[in-house]
Design a protein around this ligand. Structure first.
Ligand SMILES: Cc1ncc(C[n+]2csc(CCOP(=O)(O)OP(=O)(O)O)c2C)c(N)n1
Ligand SMILES: [Mg+2]
Length: 546
């Protein structure tokens, strides 16, 4: 036990609970608590915008599997972070946002906003450190809500409370809760279904990220093909029965095989409009099963014939043990041969759209896929371009892809790649952005450069909000609000101290090869001037959902 202020206690307690990274922008209100975290061993990453801090923390948590912290100033620090907090909350990212708060008595403070209401409005929960006597318990409760319930939690730190003298004590040891396994009848029902299925397909989502082995073993025993939702891309990489992503990014072959399934099992996946292409990937006669920890998730987006509440890993193990017999199901020589020859997007022939001023976005993506080391983590911003990196850049495993798109916000790509890079320092971080998203989030280019991260940033530059151009252009609407003059992003990147290249054809990627071969102590930005003529079918899905 040692003495300090409540701010010290917050820092000491969080690091004792396991927090190791904190992202933020420091002002007077969160100065002491951030320094306390650093003093107790956490790494502080100073971003240039609180929105970047929240998104980088979210991505760090997703790729590392450990809860992350955000530290912001009262009022405006928090409002700046709100988009990233909304994304994290929608994605059930375990994240704790430490926000200073005006004292309850400071009614006229410039910084006063209803911070609790802000958090709740975007699906995060709100809590508070109430005083010196409860500080350890308050922090521990917020941390457990974030990690145990996979919630994004705002922890308000009133300025007067932070300054109170308090004692640092160890947080109480928590119980180690056992994840709930599916009920025996449900396990038997699913085992019987799979034992008689001719064409079973599994779609694994965020809730299945720790269950690759168990799901692959079960799939081997019942002949199931393996697909994922977009956020879980990479989970089954290397498995010969992997279909990759189900939904808008699915290859024609994957879409055909999924739509022909007679039993479709969603494991920790919500079967939303993206994953099912508005239901088009689910055959009318298919028996649909959903396994999810959260009973409220069952059937929330799509018809479900058998809904099972349970943790994916233990449920998959139990179903495997209960299988009355093993079958080949969908694992036929014909399917194997087709997957080998047409299993990837790059196997699908296309006519190159490029000209002497523009590169086809598919061509540049495929060229990069060949050039970049396999050990990579790919982060993708939002926009018309987003399918190209998601479909043409392969990823080695589930930690190789970070997709912060639950809120469909543009501008999160760079910060996502920042958090992912810190969580996977052994890999090449790749940020894929549109020109709009890149310029919106560009504050973090300075952070990435300052930290010396060897990140490759690929900007699919069509000098436009291409999503809007392609959506409204064909109907004859004026487009001057969504088109821009050409911007020399390579020159801007060099101004930040980055390496850079302007790419109008695959040959212009030569400097990337040189950069890859070097020390990679500065990031590299590729300004890929892409052919703008092509609308993307995955975005049409989005507009149908509006
Ligand atoms: C924060 C936010 N503002 C606006 C939008 C609407 N929006 C969706 S895509 C898009 C254009 C993005 O442009 P860019 O990053 O260049 O990608 P492109 O569509 O051109 O490929 C916009 C403005 C959004 N999704 N998020
Ligand atoms: Mg654009």
């Amino acid at each position: 036990m040692s003495a300090g202020s409540v701010a010290d206690v917050v820092g000491a307690t969080l690091t004792a609970l396991g927090a190791d990274h904190v992202f933020g922008v420091v002002g007077s209100g969160n100065f002491h608590v951030t320094n306390a975290l650093v003093r107790h061993g956490a790494r502080f990453v100073a971003t240039r915008h609180e929105g970047g801090a929240a998104t980088a923390a979210d991505a760090y948590a997703r790729v590392s599997g450990r809860a992350a912290l955000v530290s912001v100033h009262q009022g405006c620090g928090l409002t700046n972070a709100m988009t990233g907090i909304a994304e994290a909350a929608k994605s059930r990212t375990p994240m704790l946002v430490l926000a200073a708060e005006p004292a309850a008595t400071a009614l006229r403070s410039n910084f006063r906003v209803d911070q609790d209401a802000l958090a709740r409005a975007v699906g995060a929960s709100a809590d508070r450190v109430h005083g010196a006597g409860t500080a350890v318990a308050d922090v521990t409760r917020a941390w457990r809500t974030a990690t145990g319930e996979r919630r994004t939690v705002l922890l308000n730190l009133p300025l007067d409370v932070q300054a109170e003298p308090a004692s640092i004590v160890d947080p109480p040891a928590g119980p180690a809760p056992h994840p709930p396994r599916a009920a025996d009848e449900a396990v038997r029902a699913l085992a019987d279904l799979l034992a008689t299925a001719d064409r079973p397909v599994f779609i694994a989502g965020r809730g299945a990220l720790d269950a690759r082995t168990e799901l692959a073993d079960l799939a081997a025993a019942c002949g199931a093909l393996l697909a994922t939702s977009a956020v879980a891309k990479g989970l089954f990489a290397g498995n010969e029965w992997n279909l990759d992503v189900s939904g808008g990014f699915a290859t024609p072959l994957a879409a055909e095989l999924i739509a022909a399934a007679d039993v479709l099992v969603a494991w920790g996946a919500s079967l939303n409009m993206w994953t099912t292409r508005h239901g088009a990937l689910v055959g009318a006669a298919a028996t649909v099963v959903q396994v999810d920890l959260d009973p409220v998730a069952l059937g929330a987006h799509h018809r479900v014939d058998l809904g099972i509440t349970g943790d994916v890993r233990s449920s998959a193990l139990a179903v495997r043990a209960a299988l009355p017999r093993t079958t080949n199901g969908y694992h036929t020589p014909d399917v194997r041969a087709r997957l080998r020859t047409r299993g990837r997007w790059r196997d699908v022939p296309f006519v190159d759209d490029g000209d002497d001023r523009h590169v086809d976005p598919r061509t540049v993506s495929i060229a990069l896929d060949d050039l970049l080391p396999v050990s990579r983590v790919v982060a993708v911003d939002s926009g018309n371009f987003m399918g190209y990196p998601s479909m043409f850049l392969s990823v080695p495993d589930r930690r190789g892809f970070c997709f912060t798109q639950a809120f469909q916000s543009i501008g999160l790509g760079l910060a996502t790649a920042l958090g992912a890079a810190l969580a996977a320092p052994d890999r090449l971080p790749v940020a894929a952005c549109g020109d709009g998203g890149f310029l919106m989030g560009i504050a973090e280019l300075e952070t990435i450069r300052r930290l010396g991260l060897g990140m490759l940033i690929v900007v699919y530059n069509d000098a436009a909000y291409g999503a809007e151009v392609h959506h409204f252009g064909p109907h004859g609407h004026p487009l001057s609000t969504v088109t821009f003059p050409e911007t020399d992003l390579a020159a801007i990147a060099r101004g930040y101290g980055c390496a850079a290249a302007t790419v109008r054809g695959p040959d212009d990627l030569a400097p990337v090869g040189a950069w890859l071969a070097g020390p990679r102590d500065v990031p590299m930005v590729i300004d890929a001037k892409i052919s703008p003529s092509r609308p993307s079918w995955w975005l049409e899905e989005a507009f149908r959902g509006h």
